[in-house]
Design a protein around this ligand. Structure first.
Ligand SMILES: [Zn+2]
Length: 222
């Protein structure tokens, strides 16, 4: 796993993505290995996610719908997730990285450590190793403090500006309707009918959804 990581000087000559807010803008830390990142966002965006089975038995990730969330009412546990703009140092690409509380707490600790401080000032290595078990899967290590070059800084600013709307959208709760559509429990064309309300409030077994890995094994499907 370590073979893919290069330390030291990398190239910033790769073009940054220019399309708006697609899946390519996201970096999901869902494979074992070492990710070297430079935080460029001021602070993470927080939202809550559910993992729930759709009608075909596939696990889907849903944004929590907030106060009247059907998933919450059915007892499907909501998990806090964070989104943060970073430069993926290995690929020289600006990304929105997504992580859970385990990574968040470690970056938080670095931020509050007088020797490190704001993570925009140094690279982070996030080491993912599933063999360590759920509670130790992610280890966050600070790497030496290096200034980003002017070109990268400019690219970072442009990226943050471009994905601002995407980030803000994540901070808003989903609607029950869109979640139930994703689960196949209502037809996309039946959006205006109210029949799903009765179905949705009937408690159904969570079918193991609560045991899904808290650090996110699923690709983005929002
Ligand atoms: Zn919910």
């Amino acid at each position: 796993m370590t073979g893919q990581v290069t330390f030291g000087k990398t190239s910033w000559s790769n073009p940054l993505p220019t399309s708006g807010g697609g899946g390519d803008d996201f970096l999901n830390l869902n494979k074992d290995g070492q990710y070297v990142l430079r935080v460029i966002g001021e602070a993470p965006f927080e939202y809550a996610a559910h993992w729930a089975d759709d009608v075909n038995g596939q696990i889907r990730r849903l944004k929590c719908a907030g106060r009247d969330c059907v998933m919450c009412k059915e007892g499907v546990k909501a998990q806090v997730r964070y989104l943060l703009e970073v430069i993926d140092i290995d690929n020289s690409e600006a990304k929105i990285v997504e992580f859970g509380t385990q990574v968040y707490k470690q970056i938080h600790a670095l931020y509050n450590n007088k020797h490190w401080g704001d993570p925009r000032g140094y690279n982070l290595m996030i080491d993912r190793n599933k063999a360590r078990g759920p509670s130790g899967m992610y280890q966050v290590m600070p790497l030496g403090k290096e200034e980003l070059d002017a070109e990268t800084k400019a690219a970072a600013i442009a990226f943050k500006d471009r994905v601002k709307e995407v980030m803000l959208k994540f901070a808003e709760p989903a609607s029950n309707e869109e979640n139930l559509k994703k689960l196949g429990r209502i037809e996309a064309d039946d959006a205006k009918t109210s029949s799903w309300v009765a179905d949705a409030t009937t408690p159904t077994p969570a079918a193991g959804s609560n045991s899904v890995n808290a650090e996110g094994e699923e690709d983005f499907d929002f």
